[in-house]
Every structure is written in structure tokens, then in C-alpha cells.
Design a protein around this ligand. Structure first.
Ligand SMILES: Nc1ncnc2c1ncn2[C@@H]1O[C@H](COP(=O)(O)OP(=O)(O)O)[C@@H](O)[C@H]1O
Ligand SMILES: [Mg+2]
Length: 285
């Protein structure tokens, strides 16, 4: 049996410059993402997050293919095998309205399969299954334009799932949804991730979502400035502020407390745990 690399995505010295741009959008980035993990990329607008996702599935190719290496599921990305890699990586984008090609939900989900020449009888099995896993079976024959933003994103996820990817990238996929719609999408993704042992890469401004991740990567101006667990990353409050990024409330408060001489242990990493810790501290005073 072939032993798979524990990293499903690896970047080695990846640099990419858009044609006619005066500076590179991604500069010398090294990163690794483990199989079955959830990674969140944080960074201001224009920091290179979407460019990284387009590099992962070969929509963009690094400036110098000798110096830069991208490996996805043990396959070194090259023009020759870019289609193989695209089958492994499904991307859900920000705007639900730009993702539809079909006249009905079922047609839309079938689109990626038709493109890949999947036989019709197989399609008739896969499409309803994918729609069911995002809880949209009641809408299978609906017109996508009549759906809410959250429902549209669920259909987009079903379209991605139908192709059976190993990696799903959410490129600000929940940013146009209300908190309820956002939570709903996250729950669905978490459930499917577990079921299919998927690797998730989410790009988000939602720091609560980032706290769910196994690891957080921070990009700034095309450079990877940090990579670590949410705890490690969010404890660096001054760095995050400097980069113009949000800090979860619990970490902001911990930071203030430590400046006031009250050190809060590492395991206290949520508002709930912080409240409990402070109550206990108070009762000891
Ligand atoms: N198609 C493009 N052509 C030229 N420059 C681009 C293009 N897309 C993005 N850029 C530039 O590349 C940089 C990174 O953009 P992007 O990866 O979209 O950042 P993010 O997703 O973090 O907002 C920005 O400076 C942006 O202006
Ligand atoms: Mg982007």
C-alpha cells in the first residue's frame, strides 16, 4: 500500500505575480495543510488569500515553476496534471448569485458531473445524494434564483460535493450571509467533513469561525506572517492589531487582564471559560 504524505497541500517558495502588476500578489510562501484538517486563512483585503486558492487548483501558475512547488494530494502541480488536481479541490466562492449555471437545483448540481462525462444513471444517484447532504431535497426542482442566499450557498456546496473532492475551499463563502445562514453552512460543512474525512480551507473575516480551525494562517501583503493553532495566533493580540485584523473578545480581554497583572492560563480560550475563570478568581479574593 502506498503511504500518503500527511500533508495534503504543500507550498514551497511560491511566488506569483499577476500579468502587468507592479508587485507580486503572493511572495515566497511556504505552507502545509494536513489531511483531514480545517485551516483558516486570515488577512486583510488584497493580502493574497484568493490568489493562494487559485494557485492550489492550478487556475494560476507560479512565476517560476523551477523555484516554486505546489503539491496537492501527493501530485506535483503542473500543466499536465492540473485537471486531476481540479477534481480533488472544490471551491465555493463569496457571491451566491455568480455560482449558478443550471435552471433547477438538480441541473445545477449535475453540471460538474456532465462536464466530466459521468454516465446518466450514475448522475441520477449522485445528484440527489449531494442535495440531501446539504438538506435541500425539498428544493431539488426549484429555480435557483428563488432561493435565499444561504440556500444558494448550500446548493453550491452540493455541486462541489457531487464531484467527490478531497479538499473543499470556502473563499469567503459565508460572508454575504446573516449569522444564522452562516452557522447553518458551517454546521453542514462540519458534518460532511467528518463523514467524508475532507480537508477544509476556509478564508474568512469571521474570527469566531477561525476559532473552530485546527490551524490559522495569516497573510499580509502576499507574505505568510504566521501559522499556528487558533490559540497561538489569537494570543498575539498586538500583532493582529498591527495587521488590521480582528481579535476574538475573550483574547482581547485576556490581553488587557495580563497587562493589569492578572495572567489567564492558556486553556481559557473562550468567553464561557473566561467567565468561569474570573468567577473562580473572584471567589478566592
Ligand atoms: N486578476 C488580477 N489582476 C491583477 N491583480 C490582481 C488580480 N486579482 C488580484 N489582484 C491583486 O493581487 C493582490 C492579492 O489579491 P487577492 O488574492 O484577491 O487578495 P484577497 O483575496 O486576500 O483579498 C491584490 O493586490 C490584488 O489587487
Ligand atoms: Mg479574496
Amino acid at each position: 500500500m502506498k503511504i500518503l504524505n500527511k500533508n495534503i497541500i504543500e507550498f514551497k517558495n511560491v511566488t506569483f505575480t499577476y500579468p502587468e502588476a507592479t508587485k507580486s500578489a503572493v511572495k515566497n510562501v511556504n505552507l502545509n495543510i494536513q489531511r483531514g484538517s480545517w485551516t483558516t486563512i486570515l488577512g486583510r483585503n488584497g493580502s493574497g488569500k484568493s490568489t493562494v486558492t487559485r494557485l492550489i487548483n492550478g487556475l494560476l501558475i507560479p512565476d517560476d515553476q523551477e523555484k516554486s512547488k505546489i503539491i496537492v494530494d501527493d501530485i506535483p502541480l503542473s500543466e499536465k496534471n492540473v485537471w486531476k488536481i481540479r477534481d480533488l479541490v472544490g471551491i465555493v466562492f463569496q457571491n451566491p448569485d455568480n455560482q449558478f449555471v443550471g435552471a433547477t437545483v438538480a441541473d445545477d448540481v449535475a453540471f460538474g458531473l456532465e462536464n466530466r462525462g459521468i454516465p446518466r444513471d450514475e448522475m441520477l444517484k449522485i445528484v440527489p445524494e449531494a442535495i440531501k447532504s446539504v438538506s435541500m431535497s425539498d428544493y431539488i426542482n426549484s429555480e435557483p434564483s428563488n432561493l435565499s442566499g444561504g440556500q444558494k450557498q448550500r446548493v453550491a456546496i452540493a455541486g462541489v460535493l457531487a464531484v467527490h473532492p478531497k479538499i473543499i475551499i470556502l473563499d469567503e463563502a459565508t460572508s454575504m450571509l446573516d449569522p444564522e445562514g452562516r452557522q447553518n453552512i458551517l454546521n453542514i460543512i462540519l458534518k460532511i467533513k467528518k463523514r467524508d474525512n475532507l480537508t477544509i480551507l476556509s478564508i474568512t473575516h469571521d474570527i469566531d469561525e477561525a476559532q473552530l480551525a485546527d490551524q490559522v494562517i495569516i497573510l499580509n501583503d502576499g507574505i505568510k506572517v504566521d501559522q499556528g493553532t487558533p490559540n497561538e495566533i489569537f494570543n498575539k493580540v498586538d500583532q493582529l492589531k498591527e495587521l488590521g485584523l480582528d481579535v476574538p473578545f475573550a483574547f482581547k480581554l485576556k490581553h488587557k487582564l495580563s497587562k493589569a497583572g492578572i495572567s489567564v492560563p492558556d486553556y481559557v480560550n473562550s468567553e464561557e471559560k473566561l467567565v468561569k475563570f474570573l468567577c473562580q478568581l473572584n471567589s478566592k479574593m
